[in-house]
Design a protein around this ligand. Structure first.
Ligand code: IPM
Ligand code: MG
Length: 367
């Protein structure tokens, strides 16, 4: 049988440098754990625009549809700010999500003990934090029609549409309940049912789906209150399920609770393919960080943890995912820090590659 396939799309900014470290990890699993992958690499975002005049070439899109999993670094950068909206780097990412139909975006926010002091919140509020945000990723205001900037009388009007069908809500909700069943069996659904009809429907459908999961305790929160509760008492949550735009915002908020955006992975999952694996793309929650790109300062951990999610959700290798996560936890406990994780006490930060070195050493030590 052939090896499972991975398409790597490093993208822009710090994407390529963090992905280089992930490639070393992938090779390690091939060499030391008999877990070889067929890896190919291609362009996305500004890098694809520079080469092809489009943020995602059709051939790359076709490849993404064929592989077992896509690993993406980051897209965007100031160089591309003035491009026409239709060819902005972000459009490449959104096309991948939409055409692969990756409707469930899993964004875990976990606070590593060694980093609890780095949170902007008090340590006791975040220590031991382990929540999972399920963000609907293929619909809502990101994709709803009508959209555009139109003339109306003697001025222009910008329009975007929040639109959700029952089936779109249902499948996102089901992902959240399934995850909750493997965790602490609590789901909090967030919308704005007090002002939005789409929120009323969201609440109704989530409540209905919950009937299939009698063990799960479901609660509902308006998304603004949810944002407040995330910074007030984040440990009250287990799984949060929410729409595309609220999920974008709430997940950044949750990520920061854990100390650094440089730590947070994500998985975007769709329907099962013929081989039983879900359509899947894995990417760090952080962006392209143009301010530090190319300087070897970036933290590769979010991208590595995204590969760990790939091991778990695409390749049924939960034990190997745990091995990688434990290696990362170990080096952090031993004091390994990239620049984003430097506390007030200072010290010399590790470079991106040096962080890769110590994590590989910890993996070796795990054998
Ligand atoms: C994210 C990002 C993207 C989004 C951008 C880059 C299009 O912020 O993945 O959270 O808004 O979804
Ligand atoms: Mg975002």
């Amino acid at each position: 049988m052939s090896n499972p396939s991975i398409l790597i799309l490093p993208g822009d900014g710090i994407g390529p440098e963090v992905m280089d470290q992930v490639t070393r990890i992938i090779d390690w699993f091939g060499a030391k754990r008999d877990l070889a992958f067929d890896v190919s690499t291609d362009l996305v975002g500004g890098a694809a625009y520079d080469a092809h005049g489009t943020p995602l070439h059709d051939d790359t899109m076709a490849k993404a549809q064929e592989v077992d999993a896509v690993l993406l670094g980051a897209v965007g950068g100031p160089k591309y700010d003035d491009l026409d909206f239709s060819v902005k780097p972000e459009r490449g990412l959104l096309r991948l999500r939409k055409e692969m139909d990756l409707y469930a975006n899993l964004r875990p926010a976990q606070c590593f003990d060694a980093l609890a002091d780095f949170s902007s919140l008090k340590k006791d509020i975040v220590a031991g934090l382990d929540i999972m945000i399920v963000r609907e990723l293929t619909s809502g205001v990101y994709f709803g029609e009508p959209r555009g900037i139109f003339e109306e009388g003697n001025e222009r009007v910008g329009i975007n549409t929040q639109r959700y069908t029952e089936s779109e809500i249902e499948r996102a909700a089901r992902s959240a309940f399934e995850l909750a069943m493997r965790r602490n069996k609590k789901v909090c659904s967030m919308e704005k049912a007090n002002v939005m009809e789409s929120g009323i429907l969201w609440r109704e459908v989530v409540t209905k789906v919950c009937e299939e999961y009698p063990e799960v305790e479901l609660s509902h929160m308006y998304a603004d209150n949810g944002a407040m509760q995330l910074v007030r008492a984040p440990k009250q949550f287990d799984v949060i399920v929410t729409d595309n735009l609220f999920g974008d915002i709430l997940s950044d908020c949750a990520a920061m609770l854990t100390g650094s955006l440089g730590m947070l992975p994500s998985a975007s999952l769709g329907a099962p393919m013929a081989n039983g694996r879900p359509k899947a793309m894995y990417e760090p929650v952080h962006g392209s960080a143009p301010d530090i790109a190319g300087q070897g300062k970036a933290n590769p951990i979010a991208c590595m943890l995204s590969f760990a999610m790939a091991l778990r959700y695409s390749f049924d290798q939960g034990d190997e995912a745990a091995r990688l996560e434990a290696a990362i936890e170990k080096v952090l406990a031993d004091g390994a820090r990239t620049g984003d994780l430097m506390g007030p006490e200072g010290g010399t930060p590790l470079s991106t590659t040096e962080m890769g070195d110590v994590i590989l050493a910890a993996l070796d030590a795990s054998l």
